[in-house]
Structures are given as C-alpha cells and as structure tokens.
Ligand binder design. Structure first.
Ligand code: CA
Length: 222
C-alpha cells in the first residue's frame, strides 16, 4: 500500500513517513498542495494524508479539486484546528476522515487502516489464501502451522500479492504500490524480493503459491 503525505512541516512529514514505513507502507512526501496535486496525477496512491494549511494550494481546495476530478483516493485530513466547524468543512470537501494535531502516531495508523479497509469495502483483519494467512493488525504470517518471519518489505510485497490473489500483478503495479517514488525501474529489486518471499513461503512445500507469469509478472495462487 502506497501513501502520499502532503505536509509542509518537515518534522511532522518525516515523523509520519518514518512511522508508516516501519509498518510496511511505501510513502512519498509532497511539501505543498501543488506538488501534491502533481504527484497524484503521475502516481497511483492507496491513501493520502493531507494537511489543511499548505502553501500554494491549501488542503480543503486540493481535496475538493481531487473529488471534482473524480479521484476517489481515501483522504485523511490533518489540521491544527480542532473545531466542529473545521471538521465539517473537511468532511464536506470530500475527506474520509479528520485528525487534529497534535496526534499520536498510533491513532493516525488506526485511521489509515480504517480508510484502506473502506476502500476494500470488506471488513477484514486477515488475508487468507488457502493455508497462507496474513494478519493485518499483528503482521503475523503463517502457512499451515508454520510461522513465517518476514522483513517489513517482504511483508508489504506479500500483502500486495495476497490482496490481488488469483490475478497477475505486473512489476509496474508492484513498484507503484509497494515501493516509493525513489524506486529505480532499472534494477531487479522486485525479482530479488519475490525470491526472498518464495524461499520463505514455498520452501519445504510441494504446493507452490508464488508463480511467475513469463513476460507479465507474478501471480499468487495455490
Ligand atoms: Ca501546514
């Protein structure tokens, strides 16, 4: 899952970015509304964390513009003001949720999970494909009775493959949802991580789950 943080206060942006990356999200940061709008037009994001007071284009205007353009990406609005009026304005502009500053990172994280879940339109805390189970809250991954220890990036890649189980995902799709804007298209880093995952998920079993579709991408299925 890839998230865009649009926030001009560098300290907050870095705090949010670091925290989300530790949870396995790919995160990009835009420092004003204009840059945010540009990044949204050139990349695909699963959610946005949008500050209200921003240079160039403010959060409310950007939110309204995106909705007018038909962009339905889930938006969590951040603001220094905690008044009912501001909250209503934020939600009226098309934001999905609203979080007044200062906030605890855990609360932001919980809200990110909620808006991503809404986007899925399924209430779920687990992804399950046959005997492979990924717990979205604890990040515990098991195959059968075996617990699988994954790095943050391996976890993020597996989550993406499992959310798209049964469908081919291309390297471009993976790079857009699991890696951030610094992803280098000319490396084989995705194949390397696929191999790491394969070694951990499929090793010791006859039922392989991670398949390569030649010339297209990867497919997770039994
Ligand atoms: Ca601000």
């Amino acid at each position: 899952m890839r998230i865009l943080v649009i926030e001009d206060e560098a300290k907050i942006a870095q705090f949010v970015k670091r925290g989300l990356k530790e949870e396995g999200y790919a995160v990009d940061v835009a420092v004003d509304g204009e840059e945010g709008h540009f990044m949204l037009s050139s990349n695909e994001y699963d959610a946005i964390i949008l500050d209200l007071m921003l240079p160039k284009i403010d959060g409310l205007t950007l939110c309204r513009t995106l909705r007018k353009e038909g962009n339905q990406v889930p938006i969590i609005m951040l603001t220094a003001k905690d008044t009912v009026k501001d909250k209503v304005k934020g939600l009226d502009s098309g934001a999905d949720d609203y979080l007044p500053k200062p906030f605890a990172f855990e609360e932001l994280l919980a809200r990110v999970r909620v808006v991503l879940r809404k986007k899925d339109s399924r209430v779920q805390t687990q992804l399950k494909v046959e005997d492979l189970v990924l717990d979205l809250l604890t990040h515990k991954v098991t195959r059968g009775n075996r617990e699988i220890d994954l790095t943050v990036k391996e976890y993020a890649l597996l989550e993406y493959l499992m959310r798209n189980a049964g469908n081919i995902v291309t390297r471009t799709m993976i790079s857009e949802h699991v890696w951030d804007i610094n992803f280098d298209t000319f490396t084989n880093v995705i194949d390397v991580y696929i191999n790491y995952l394969r070694n951990k998920i499929d090793s010791g079993t006859t039922e392989k789950m991670i398949h390569t579709v030649r010339g297209k991408g990867y497919l997770l299925k039994k």
